[in-house]
Design a protein around this ligand. Structure first.
Ligand code: TYC
Length: 111
């Protein structure tokens, strides 16, 4: 952001109206991405709640609510993040599920 606040002397010696110039310099908001959990028939409910607490910083009640939403509707929102953070969350969840031999799937999509 560049700002110039200019109050100049006119030729008549009087003080001219102030000229305020603002030039926007590269301040675009980053796109956000939804990180989603998908339902399956095998991953234990408790494991999904734990994933939501561990990787998405949810409290127990919020985590349980999101898990039940996914269980009942097939898909649910874990959070909105910038591209690189979303990608990291997906990788962390997929790695953790695989380590624990659960088929839990996590994906991302542009908001
Ligand atoms: N449907 C699973 C079960 O009944 C629980 C579950 C919930 C699995 C959410 C995945 O993203 C998920 N054990």
């Amino acid at each position: 952001m560049n700002m110039a606040d200019d109050t100049r002397q006119g030729d008549d010696g009087g003080v001219s109206t102030g000229i305020i110039t603002r030039t926007r310099t590269k301040t675009k908001k980053p796109s956000l991405y939804k990180v989603l959990l998908l339902n399956d028939d095998y991953t234990p409910m408790e494991f999904v709640v734990h994933v939501l607490e561990r990787f998405f910083n949810k409290g127990r009640e919020d985590a349980a609510r999101i898990m039940m939403h996914v269980h009942q509707h097939g898909v649910g929102l874990c959070g909105l993040y910038t591209y690189e953070v979303a990608e990291t969350k997906v990788t962390q969840v997929m790695d953790y599920a695989r380590q624990n031999q659960h088929p839990l799937q996590c994906t991302m999509e542009k908001e």
